[in-house]
Design a protein around this ligand. Structure first.
Ligand SMILES: NC(=O)c1ccc[n+]([C@@H]2O[C@H](COP(=O)([O-])OP(=O)(O)OC[C@H]3O[C@@H](n4cnc5c(N)ncnc54)[C@H](OP(=O)(O)O)[C@@H]3O)[C@@H](O)[C@H]2O)c1
Length: 407
């Protein structure tokens, strides 16, 4: 008879209930792999269960409550009691990761968190294990399925942001309060976790600059399609000189980029390094059964060999001003000299124009251009000055462009 491995479950919502079902379904199949049969030994919700009792009767705790407190307190107490922990909580790890990983090391227990980033896509495991020896240069990620679905629908049908959001909510891809998703904060938390692992340096959510998709118009997406560009909400973590830049922004991609074809509520992460060129992993980024599958994978790993998240060995400075190419959209009066004045202001900041499209709109005109890479601060200085020109009909709109293609 195999022994049992007792799993205490904190949270029984979308993910917790799917995990409980999956654990029961897969328990027998896990026995030959681990020599132990996992079983649910207790469940905590707001209205049921007692944490101390669940803790004392468990070998491992699964935390799927979400948010910072009381999840942080429970996870710390579990590890101090010598229990392994599996968590799907990106907000907790992106804000208190160093404290939690230190606690895991001190107590010689495992803290696993595959489901916290990109759902079932095994990106944490790949960074921690398979690519542990690679000198990662850059990570790009579509790590929020809600916003990827909204942008995909806007591109496909030309619908407005508001209509695409409503459709995402009707289909269950967006919460009734979608703020964390559409502002980029959810993606920022995931990028903080990825950056910490890939670059071996502490990264807190507060150090990640983020911008959401609420201001994106179907117009911008349609114009950029003429340049062969598609829009995504992209998280980037990259080496800049001796430092690290981590940010989340809407960005245009050319068709050859591995993330360009990732549509709908899917997630994908691209890791670039000299040694490996580029690896892309993609798959469902959320959903109860999908997330539960990632959690159960972590539980099985915790049942086998010891693994900890090592202490970071350096503290890279976080760099804010990085180089980027840009898409610039302007509504202007249709009169001579307009393009020349815009080009002059851009030129003064060192910006050079890669391509431009001009379209007449009666007495006005629409000027859309793609700029070669330059420092963001210089680009926005130029945009500020352009916005003050008397022929501008509305504020210029700018979106980053990622130029790399891997074809
Ligand atoms: N949903 C997804 O697709 C997905 C994907 C990846 C990661 N995640 C992460 O997984 C975690 C859980 O997400 P979810 O969608 O399953 O959330 P959810 O449906 O809202 O469920 C949360 C569960 O936690 C319980 N809970 C909340 N506050 C509690 C407290 N103070 N004490 C005890 N129990 C408490 C709730 O209890 P009641 O039942 O009493 O309300 C509920 O059972 C989050 O960290 C989330 O970011 C979710």
């Amino acid at each position: 008879m195999p022994g049992t491995f007792r799993v205490g479950l904190l949270g029984h919502g979308t993910v917790g209930s799917a995990f409980a079902t999956l654990l029961e379904q897969r328990a027998e199949a896990i026995v030959p792999v681990t020599g132990l049969r996992p079983e649910l030994s207790g469940v905590l919700t707001r209205s049921r269960g007692d944490f101390e009792e669940i803790l004392s009767g468990a070998d491992l705790i699964v935390e799927v409550i979400g948010g910072v407190e009381p999840a942080r307190d429970y996870v710390l107490r579990a590890m101090r009691a010598g229990k392994h922990v599996v968590s799907a909580n990106k907000q907790l790890l992106s804000q208190h990761g160093e404290e939690l990983w230190a606690c895991a090391r001190e107590n010689a227990v495992q803290l696993r968190f595959e489901a916290a980033v990109a759902g079932v896509v095994p990106v944490i495991r790949v960074l921690q294990e398979s690519l542990a020896a690679a000198h990662v240069e850059r990570i790009h990620g579509i790590v929020n399925g809600t916003t990827n679905y909204i942008l995909s629908e806007m591109a496909r049908s030309g619908m407005s942001y508001a209509d695409a959001l409503r459709q995402a909510q009707d289909l269950g891809y967006a919460e009734s309060d979608p703020t964390d998703d559409v502002t980029g904060r959810d993606a920022a938390a995931k990028m903080a976790i990825l950056a910490r692992l890939a670059f071996d340096t502490p990264v807190h959510l507060d150090q990640v600059r983020y911008e959401g998709i609420e201001h994106i118009t179907a117009d911008d997406i349609a114009y950029a399609q003429q340049f062969g560009l598609g829009l995504k909400l992209i998280g980037t973590a990259e080496r800049v000189g001796d430092g690290l830049s981590v940010h989340v922004h809407p960005a245009f991609l050319y068709g050859g980029h591995p993330l360009a074809s990732v549509n709908g509520p899917f997630n994908a992460v691209t890791v670039e390094s000299d040694a490996i060129t580029e690896i892309t992993m993609s798959g469902p980024g959320a959903g109860g059964p999908q997330t539960a599958s990632a959690i159960l994978g972590d539980v099985i790993s915790a049942m086998i060999p010891p693994a900890t998240t090592p202490e970071t060995s350096q503290a890279l400075p976080i760099v804010a001003d990085v180089q980027s190419a840009f898409y610039l959209h302007m509504e202007v009066a249709d009169r001579p000299g307009v393009l020349a004045q815009v080009a002059e202001l851009l030129g003064m900041q060192g910006a050079s124009i890669k391509s431009v499209v001009q379209q007449g709109l009666g007495h006005d005109a629409r000027l859309v251009m793609i700029l070669h890479p330059l420092a963001e601060s210089r680009f926005y200085a130029a945009v500020h000055l352009i916005g003050q020109l008397d022929f501008m009909r509305s504020s210029p709109r700018a979106i980053r462009v990622i130029e790399e293609e891997f074809v």
